[in-house]
Design a protein around this ligand. Sequence first.
Ligand code: 9MR
Length: 567
Amino acid sequence: PNPAKKVQVDLVAYVPGLPKRATLVSGATTPQTWTLKNSAGVAVASGQSTPKGADATSGDSTHLIDFSSFDTPGTGYTLSVGEDTSFPFDISADPVKRLRYDSLAFFYHQRSGTPIEAQYVGDEYARPAAHLNVAPNQGDNNVPCRADLACGYTLDVRGGWYDAGDHGKYVVNGGIATWQLLNAYERASRLGDATAYRDGSMNIPEKANGVPDLLDEARWEVDFLLKMQAPDGMAHHKVHDANWTALPTRPELDDQPRRLSATSTAATLNLAAVAAQASRLWKSIDATYSSTLLAAARKAYAAAKANPAKLADPNDGTGGGAYSDDTVTDEFYWAASELYATTGDAAYRTDVTGSSHYKAASLNRGGFHWGGTAPLGDITLALAPNGLPAADVSAIKSAFASVADQHLTAMAGMGYAAPYDNSTAGYVWGSNSTVLNNAQVLALAFDFTGTAKYRDGVFEALHYVLGRNPLSTSYVAGYGDQAMVNAHHRFWAHQNDPALPIAPPGSLSGGPNSALQDPVAQRLLTGCPQQKCWVDDIGAYSVNEVAINWNSALAWVSGWAAEKSGT
Ligand code: 9MR
């Protein structure tokens, strides 16, 4: 389904002044001559490849092509070896600067409870408001708990972002996604250039309200997270349909009853962490909102301490994903870190310094994801001024550099370099988000040390996601001549209904998943090498869905990369 080239490049662009590497698929044991041609087909550079041998992760025998020395901006370059020619690509900083905003636009598209207006997204992506009690929707206005829970109240949980290709709204991955957007802003304000996210930078309804647009977009979900808090301070794990709906189903045509799942310790700590982080960021923008957030965060944290082992049911997967997580020490550390960074309170400090995760103790090549959040606490403690001993903050920063070194060592041995540890579980569901979260680790290592190799590693990760991979495919819709089109999504379901749109530019596919956890992947991909376990098919939800907590990683990394790409 995905004809691969023999010369694999980033199908979008290489940034002037930075390394430029490609991969040749070849079993030859001797160097091969490569030629770089401009858009007129004229050779502008040539050189010799370096044989790297067989690579089990991709199933290819590869050579490295390094054309870094050529640095003339332009469009439509190709790389050739013998008869084999790559897809075209640019040498330019422009595409990554567009991607910074297209990856963020994903979140407006995913908003629930509000019309998605043509003036912001164009006619084909516009749709009416949904899940507001307008038939056939059953609405998120007064949602009861699942019948077996009998919680005795309903909640108004309108708003927020749909998780992914389904219409569920889940606190744990909503938490990490929101945190990552807010962290992109906080990092840029302290160590970079937050004006990239200024009011008017994004095409959203709030683009002229005097508040940075990235914060406006994040607030859409922060407000939803607050609504998921139960009277006792705990947060419901999720709200979603009673049954799975068919593909396609436009959000406003979803007729399923909506139900709250039980509260959970993990969801409650996600709420505590994000509300505390947001309270810090809105302090000088909207003091009342900032206080509301802090009160919610404190209440949630106290509720989680009183209910430290209320785990989400791993079997609660009808009509929505389970998102169960049997370890919450990491969420406790993350939430305590955010609360401490925001308040300086001694009690939170004690919980931070007493945690087994303290000083990045659990940061490793596995990185972070919705179920493993301790590094989010580390990142906040390293970025936001706080009263911890300087030596401890230094230790956290050093951990980022040493894990980044481990990534770079592993990447040097790969045919298609990606910061990804496949040693325990192969390529997992959402592997592209893991690659990009690890790119965030590399980016922070650069921020903390200024060492160029870490910056170069971030761009290597982007090159992998944008086409330098064994499928010659850009996993980002709208970016590159062979880019993901048929995302698993109930509205962007063009493959099933030509009247509906394809995935909009800047949406990230989950990526290769060697566990093949859906019937389409099982039918088409059995026996695949790990990096080839992917297909651009709407039915292949375990490899080709989109999700807020994956696009947040793309937004963080592309925003950082855009900042480092000069003018
Ligand atoms: O991202 C989630 C991944 O880590 C899990 O392995 C997978 C199976 O439980 O679920 C993924 O999340 C999906 C969620 O359950 C439902 N909405 C779509 C999400 C992305 O595929």
